[in-house]
Design a protein around this ligand. Structure first.
Ligand SMILES: NC(=O)c1ccc[n+]([C@@H]2O[C@H](COP(=O)([O-])OP(=O)(O)OC[C@H]3O[C@@H](n4cnc5c(N)ncnc54)[C@H](OP(=O)(O)O)[C@@H]3O)[C@@H](O)[C@H]2O)c1
Length: 336
């Protein structure tokens, strides 16, 4: 397959392939990991023109940054490296998630990420979660200082509302907003997407495949490994999972009619939904396998018809269960 198209990530951001790669599952969360295949995925991604590589300091508690670091250094001029700060974990309690937006914390978090990645500069540095206890202007001000210090090129936010995005943008230009956006998760279209469109901020949809649900491959949480994070997600458990599996049927049907896969239909949908809203979108599907990377990249060429889009329209409104077991750190919790 030839190289995917490119786009600019936000009005002043870097040029990237129109689809990026989520690296999270290569270290944690979705079952067994395979370092050799993960490194092969990274290499194949660049060959396909997938240049935006997404990690975070919490993925594998630093292991994901360490995994991709050597690859990033070997292809520094081609890779657009994105990582994130703000979520704190505790070694003695794997389920604990704290949110820290304190300027002093941000300054030490960026140094720790740079060290693990082994690079001098991060291309895109996101605030992973918002802590309303710290004024947003203070946190974004601290992030802007990292740009001035040459540690970070561009700024991003994750899981913020439209008003929060505007407030942050007034302090420093924001290249990208990374939030969950898929056929199963459309809350972002309420205030964040319209604000991003107006400001010229690109949307980087995370979990565009609904953490695998939208590929049609998921049957029930019982098939997931004991350490698979999805076991604890409301959409993946009990009656919710059964109901949600039925919602995937129209996606499968369109895929079968078009001779593509359900994953490709889900990715094409998010790309076309962004066109409706008039903003740049660079989804970051996550995969640990080259075959799936190739399948996902090929979806950038798929165009769904108006009739197909209409068939998919009701799905999100019928999804059972929240996106997370604890929604308190999400943008949904602060939407008014
Ligand atoms: N900002 C945030 O708060 C946040 C939250 C979550 C994720 N993220 C980022 O977003 C990235 C993507 O999200 P995600 O990984 O949660 O979910 P996703 O991309 O919606 O789905 C990933 C899952 O789908 C499977 N998959 C991928 N391509 C497939 C295909 N073509 N056919 C069948 N199955 C396929 C993967 O399994 P295999 O690995 O076996 O292919 C994996 O289990 C992450 O890697 C991470 O970088 C950010």
């Amino acid at each position: 397959m030839s190289s995917i198209e490119t786009t600019r990530l936000g009005s002043n951001g870097p040029v990237v392939g129109v689809q990026g790669l989520g690296c999270m599952g290569m270290s944690e969360f979705y079952g067994p990991t395979d370092t050799e295949e993960a490194l092969a995925v990274l290499g194949r991604a660049l060959e396909l023109g997938v240049t935006l590589f997404d990690t975070a300091d919490i993925y594998g508690s630093g292991a994901n940054e360490e995994l991709i670091g050597p690859f990033v250094r070997a292809h520094r001029d081609q890779v657009v490296l994105a990582t994130k700060f703000a979520i704190e974990r505790r070694a003695d309690d794997p389920s604990y998630r704290g949110v820290n937006n304190d300027p002093a914390y941000i300054r030490q978090a960026v140094d720790a990420s740079l060290r693990r990645l082994g690079v001098d500069e991060i291309d895109l540095y996101y605030m992973h979660r918002r802590d309303p206890a710290v004024p947003l202007a203070e946190s974004v001000g601290a992030m802007a200082e990292l740009v001035a210090a040459g540690k970070v090129k561009h700024l991003g936010l994750s899981e913020v509302t439209g008003p929060e995005l505007r407030e942050a943008y007034a302090v420093h230009p924001i290249a990208a907003l990374q939030s969950e956006w898929s056929l199963f998760a459309r809350g972002v279209e309420r205030s964040a997407v319209p604000a991003a469109a107006e400001l010229g901020v690109a949307l980087v949809p995370y979990s565009p495949l609904g953490r695998g649900f939208l590929t049609g491959a998921f049957a029930d949480a019982g098939q997931l490994g004991a350490d698979d994070f999805r076991r604890y997600l409301p959409q993946f458990t009990g009656a919710n999972a059964q109901g949600n599996a039925e919602l995937v049927e129209p996606i499968r049907k369109i895929a079968a009619d078009r001779g593509v896969t359900a994953a490709q239909v889900a990715l094409a949908w998010v790309q076309q939904r962004a066109e409706v809203h008039g903003l740049t979108v660079v989804p970051i599907p996550g995969t640990r396998k080259r075959t799936r990377l190739e399948e996902n990249a090929a979806a950038t060429a798929l165009k769904l018809s108006a009739a197909e889009l209409a068939e998919l329209e009701p799905i999100a409104g019928r999804v059972r269960g929240d996106r997370y077991a604890d929604m308190s750190n999400t943008s949904d919790a602060r939407e008014v």
